[in-house]
Design a protein around this ligand. Structure first.
Ligand SMILES: [Zn+2]
Length: 439
């Protein structure tokens, strides 16, 4: 069985190209092993059959957004507590909150609230750090299955005696590996292709070498993706240089944690040599522009990473970033790239204030949020094209109090730029994941 939607599509197949498909028929499978897969896109005038659904005049269809970095248990502190450096923020605000998720009633309420909200914001794929608690992690995966969000869900492994508090850690490297194995098995047992496990060492400062090695071995044995943080701040990057005498990327690679499908959050401080390594391994980066402004001590050089051949997508880094919307991160990615290029200190001469050729535009930012993220997560989404999953959002010209409006002076390029910068959940009228309508 198939279903056909008639719509005008706006999307970015490459980072410098806006594609507009006016009045097309998009047909996807609704049953069988290929459910959700797009099988045909053609001009509606050539389709020859009525559509099952037609988007209203003025609405456009865009690919769903791929958020590569979310700390699910930090959802209740979104928008708060951004006044401390990373190492204190973790111990004073974040670990105490994450430790609460052994309370499954609390976890149930938070997960449902968060997944519902993210879907309404157009986040059709989410890559989650869950909590250290095995049951709460499985519950998050179940919530994604029930509410229809595509997700990679990872139990957070952390055992380091000084890098974690004794009330929120794995008891030993072996128990950390065993719990991570059990989490992979529990999520796979849900038997939902859309929701898959991901091995999740928190970051090197929170993990013993034995745990990192065990998780690298486990990822290879079970063929599971990996996510972790990488060279996030001066403190974190410097800590790894001191402890291991090498960068995060070099060290994670020793443990088998850098491979195709690995999602590395932040990576602001990666070296050119690190970028070469990531490009050849197939690992990718979750660029979290707003969070980096609070904790990263630097702007991630997105154009330098892309030029080196590294896959890059975007992350909200809830709650290190204080916004839930990945479209908002597109705007932030553009903003920080301009600040990197221009520099920030007017006391310095203009020609030596910034880093040349660093800026990106709204088209590149949306590409990061869709195609880029899909490549990093190694998922067939991010673009409305034959062979990929029908993960999409419909956006229309809004009404007050939303500022999103299409005036007669707005051609397609301007209208797209407005959507990327201004669209609110109230402007997102429909959300599909795998062809399933979620509203
Ligand atoms: Zn993070």
């Amino acid at each position: 069985m198939t279903r056909t939607i008639r719509a005008t599509v706006m999307q970015t197949p490459t980072k410098d190209h806006l594609e507009v498909l006016h009045d097309v028929a998009i047909t996807y499978e609704t049953t069988g092993a290929e459910v959700g897969t797009i099988v045909e896109i053609c001009p509606f005038s050539q389709h020859g059959k009525p559509a099952n659904e037609t988007l209203p005049e003025g609405s456009v269809l865009l690919p769903g957004l791929v958020d590569l970095h979310i700390h699910a248990p930090q959802w209740p502190q979104l928008g708060t507590g951004l006044d401390l450096p990373l190492e204190r923020w973790l111990f004073e605000y974040t670990f105490p909150l994450e430790a609460r998720f052994t309370d499954l009633e609390f976890a149930t309420r938070v997960w449902a609230d968060m997944v519902t909200t993210l879907l309404a914001n157009g986040t059709t794929t989410a890559v989650y750090f869950a909590s250290q608690d095995l049951k709460a992690t499985t519950l998050l995966a179940k919530t994604c299955v029930e509410l229809g969000q595509r997700a990679l869900v990872g139990r957070v492994a952390m055992d380091h005696l000084t890098g974690t508090p004794e009330w929120y850690r794995d008891e030993s490297p072996s128990s950390g590996v065993a719990a991570s194995r059990a989490s992979v098995e529990a999520i796979r047992a849900l038997a939902c292709d859309r929701v898959q496990p991901i091995i999740t060492p928190r970051f090197i400062p929170a993990c013993s070498d034995e745990l990192l090695q065990g998780l690298g071995d486990l990822a290879a044995e079970l063929s599971v993706r990996v996510q972790t943080h990488c060279s996030e701040s001066d403190w974190e990057h410097g800590y790894v240089l001191e402890r291991h005498g090498m960068t995060d990327t070099e060290s994670l690679a020793r443990f088998g944690l850098i491979k195709a499908g690995t999602v590395l959050a932040h990576a602001d401080h990666v070296t050119d040599s690190d970028l070469q390594h990531l490009a050849s391994s197939g690992a990718g980066i979750a660029h979290c522009p707003l969070s980096n402004a609070y904790f990263g001590d630097a702007v991630f050089p997105v154009r330098r990473a892309l030029s080196a051949g590294v896959s890059v997508g975007l992350g909200t880094d809830i709650a290190g970033g204080s916004e839930a919307s990945l479209l908002a991160q597109c705007a932030h990615a553009v903003t920080v790239s301009r600040m990197l290029e221009d520099g920030v200190d007017a006391n310095k001469p203009a020609d030596s204030r910034g880093v040349a050729e660093s800026r990106i535009d709204s088209i590149a930012a949306f590409w990061l949020a869709t195609v880029g993220g899909a490549a990093v997560a190694d998922l067939p989404v991010g673009l409305i094209e034959v062979g990929r999953q029908f993960d999409a959002i419909a956006v229309r010209s809004g009404e007050p109090p939303s500022p999103l409006r299409r005036w007669d002076l707005d051609d397609d390029t301007r209208w797209f730029e407005k959507i990327v910068r201004l669209a609110r959940p109230s402007d997102i009228t429909d959300v599909w994941v795998g062809g399933q309508t979620l509203n």
